[in-house]
Design a protein around this ligand. Structure first.
Ligand code: FAD
Ligand code: SF4
Ligand code: SF4
Length: 469
């Protein structure tokens, strides 16, 4: 079959911006089988497989794409899930442009192959057909505990279950998925799909204990006393950071974490059908420039705000959000106020009425390599808004480190690990995902979970399994 040499990706159908700002349905609608085959034909099946090196879980990219091009969607799915247990999710939210697709040779003279779009297509077809196979597993009876049911914990659990371990996930909330459920909005990642894909990934017999907070309901040391032989900590970095400026306690100021959790997990957008309301004003300022800020801004728009602003202290070049999210936000009428920073939130009768901001300019690069924003002297101005959403990142909840003696952490609270094995300073305790790296990506968290699972297997094989023989 001759490859399709069109330099552009087959466009993915999307809801129109003027329609989608009135609903929470998914923005991108996905490929038809014909569109998927046409896009798959753009892959040159490179022998050196450069794209695979960009994927933290080593998806066999050319192999699964070849099957799509030939119309063998079940086989494509089988190849995909052999390395990635959450392909419908990754196909939607992976920053492919900086991971697998950036290394695609087609990107040198045009657009790279739409690897994420194809991954999503294959996973969606399999889920619709229910064609996922559950492999036969020989159980070894060795117990491993997983703290946190986000992408890192789920992947570690799935991998270990496949290797025969008796795995239990302890999750603080009433739902699994972590940020996939409470952070990323419905219009980017439908929650029904997340639930379905997680259920398939855990069909290998993983036990789930919801509403259990490790460090409060039970400690890491107590888990060992209960008979668990190894523990993986994947509790994320969900404690929101604030700007520490005057006025942050006013009514109408949210952390993005609270705002998105109320909207996504508690379905505030469906109030009064859901029991959780959320108050949103007419003029909303979202502080920050990452994916979280874009999600909060686009959510505010859908909840009925008339004007929504992104207030970010650097310029467009430094925006940390995915280019696609910035593009979608602009299409939806989000207004970008760049090189601006709030210094005070203004209030009246306990409610937000505006922000005092300063203009910024860019100085020398800082330790992150990005140019440092510097305040322009005398540039203070008032900016009337009635809701402020703070989306400037988060850190790990201190509970685990406070209750786990022997666990070494960074100054900012991240757990220190050996990067090759994800082993912490405490015997038989491993960690991965945002609790190690700080806010990062779904696929990096999954990659860490997978790496830890194999290191746990290697360590336990030596200690536990050899004694069983
Ligand atoms: P989490 O997803 O945070 O999961 C941690 C889990 O541990 C949670 O379920 C939590 O309830 C549980 N937990 C916490 N403490 C305890 C405890 N003491 N005991 C038991 N359980 C506990 N990444 C992308 O790749 N693409 C995107 O488009 C993207 N968009 C994002 C949008 C938003 C709004 C946010 C907030 C993040 C986004 N990210 C995105 C980042 C990505 O979601 C995270 O990097 C990823 O979810 C980290 O996975 P994790 O498993 O380490 O942690
Ligand atoms: Fe690319 Fe993410 Fe799929 Fe890996 S999991 S191939 S990084 S889209
Ligand atoms: Fe296909 Fe691009 Fe990977 Fe080559 S680099 S195998 S063209 S996806």
């Amino acid at each position: 079959m001759a490859p399709n040499m069109n330099p552009k990706k087959v466009p993915i159908p999307e809801q129109k911006p003027e329609e989608r700002i009135k609903n929470f349905n998914e923005v991108a609608l996905g490929y038809t089988p014909e569109q998927a085959k046409e896009e798959a034909m753009r892959c040159l099946q490179c022998k050196a497989r450069p794209c695979v090196a960009g994927c933290p879980v080593n998806v066999k990219i050319p192999e699964f794409i070849k099957q799509v091009a030939e119309g063998n969607f079940d086989e494509a799915y089988r190849i995909l899930v052999s390395e990635n247990c959450l392909p419908a999710i990754c196909g939607r939210v992976c920053p492919q442009e900086t991971q697998c697709e950036i290394l695609c040779v087609r990107g040198k003279k045009g657009e790279p192959v739409g690897i994420g779009r194809l991954e999503r297509f294959v996973a969606d077809v399999a889920m619709e057909k229910g064609s996922q196979e559950i492999p036969e597993i020989k159980k070894n009876g060795v117990r491993v505990a997983i703290a946190g049911g986000g992408p890192a914990g789920l992947t570690c659990a799935g991998e270990l279950a496949r290797l025969g371990y008796d795995v239990t996930i302890f999750e603080a909330l009433h739902a699994l998925g972590g940020v996939l459920m409470y952070g990323i909005p419905e219009f980017r990642l439908p929650k029904k799909l997340v639930e379905k894909e997680i259920a398939v990934a855990l069909k290998l017999g993983v036990k789930i204990e919801k509403n259990v907070i490790i460090g409060k309901s039970i400690t890491v040391d107590e888990l060992f006393q209960e008979g668990f032989r190894a523990i993986f900590i994947g509790c994320g970095a969900g404690l929101p950071s604030f700007m520490k400026i005057e006025g942050e306690n006013l009514n109408g100021v949210y952390s993005a974490n609270e705002f998105l959790t109320r909207t996504n997990l508690m379905k505030a957008y469906d109030f009064p059908k859901s029991p959780t309301p959320i108050k949103i004003g007419k003029r909303v300022a979202v502080i920050g420039g990452g994916n979280v800020a874009m999600d909060a801004a686009r959510t505010a728009k859908r909840l009925g705000a008339e004007e929504v602003y992104i207030v970010y202290r650097r310029s467009e070049t430094e925006l940390p959000a995915r280019a696609e999210e910035v593009h979608h936000a602009k299409e939806e009428g989000i207004i970008f106020k760049l090189l601006r920073n709030p210094v005070k939130i203004l209030g009246k009768d306990g409610w937000v009425v505006g922000m005092e901001c300063v203009e910024m300019e860019l100085g020398e690069p800082d330790e992150s390599g990005r140019r440092r924003p510097v305040v322009k002297k005398g540039s203070n101005f008032n900016f009337p808004v009635d809701t402020v959403i703070v989306a400037i990142g988060g850190t790990p909840n201190p509970l685990i480190r406070q209750t786990t003696p022997g666990l070494q952490v960074q100054k900012w609270g991240g757990i220190i690990v050996d990067e090759a094995t994800m082993k912490t300073s405490k015997e038989n305790v491993y960690a991965g995902g945002d609790i190690v790296t700080g806010a990062a990506t779904v696929i990096l968290a999954m990659g860490a979970g997978k790496k830890a699972a194999h290191a746990i297997h290697e360590a336990l094989q030596e200690k536990e399994l050899s004694s069983l023989v």
